[in-house]
Design a protein around this ligand. Sequence first.
Ligand SMILES: [Zn+2]
Length: 460
Amino acid sequence: MAKPVSRFVCQHCGAAYSKWIGRCEACGEWNTLVEEAVEARPGAPRAGSAKRVAFVGLQGGAAPPPREMVGIAELDRVLGGGFVPASVVLVGGDPGIGKSTLMLQAAATLARAGKRVRYVSGEESIDQIRLRARRLGLEDAALELAAAINVRDIAAALEGERDLGLVVIDSIQTMWLDTVESAPGSVSQVRAAGFELIRLAKARGFALVLVGHVTKEGAIAGPRVLEHMVDAVLYFEGDRGHQFRILRAVKNRFGATDEIGVFEMTEAGLAEVPNPSALFLAERRGNIAGSAVFAGLEGTRPVLVEVQALLAPNSGGSPRRSVVGWDSGRLAMLLAVLDSRAGLRLSGSDVYLNVAGGLRVNEPAADLAVAAALASAATETPASPGLVYFGEVGLSGEVRQVAQAEARLKEAQKLGFASACLPRRVGGRKLLAPEGLRLEEIGHLTDLVAAFTGKRAAAN
Ligand SMILES: [Zn+2]
């Protein structure tokens, strides 16, 4: 049987097919298949060429890899304590979100600290990068710049170097390897170019950053095929309507995942936000129905955010459920539980839910705050000012324990909150609440709804 000379590769997920189909069977995307030449396979293994693999015991081993702290604390935290030599980091995010700005700042900061740093741009000209550096006040940094897309040329420039600290490739989608017969940005090119650059980083011992553009759906298209080849994957999130950006680790061989770094987009580039809670709560107005503060946790860091709910009478048809910053399936579940377990009927209303500030909350611990915002909106009764919520809600309406209650309480107190509504403790370790913070422990959603209806009755 003759070997196929080309194949059809999904540009969304990287699945390969022998013939063209309209819809990728692996990821379900339409019209994402592109014909690509099959890469040359290495020849059949020669007999007798194998070396025996040496096995060793569990004892002994190398010291933890030394790290290169960048000096931008929010970035260092997400990296797990700076860059590890000979490691590869993929930085993904929407085009225009600020990846190049952040990486230029990181590169220049390291260069200022005396490290040799090279920045290769396939997107912008040298003049454009210099202009940006001037705008960011970084033009004095001894950064080595190049505008190039040919990986072979870039590799030749890096090959002989031994004291490089960091190399940034911006972006991997513009890189091109002449041995692969498809266009830059295609899965084959991204994979081949990525492989070549990663090999160099490992061989020469420099830390490598690959910048990759992501589609709005959140998946790294194209660069996604690199996810398993790199040591860490960081996503740069946020929407362009908001001034802050969140850097999130989704994979990290040298540190914890789910760690976030928060930045604010300013005239002078991305500024660190050491206290994100204060930023997320900055525009909160007290005493408004439909608002509740969630004491959340991002990685190891407690973050307070405001959850807002708006109910509108449904004008016929199926009611609308619109969610920004939280899971819509989780909202549907919570609405059903509020309805059947706590008697809060919202099936006739359109429900709009928003996590203020553009943060995306993934924790089930937000259930109680969302329920509070909904109950507050439904009863037109504001939650007590100075009250935070956290707790998971089960299908029978019970409020369940969540991790790290003490860290959440501490953050609430630090930001001047006076009380917290949290799951009732049943046995176990005693909760060490910060002094002066009043705790309202509840066991069931009915307690939460009763608190709002009781408050309304008292007001009338
Ligand atoms: Zn696919």
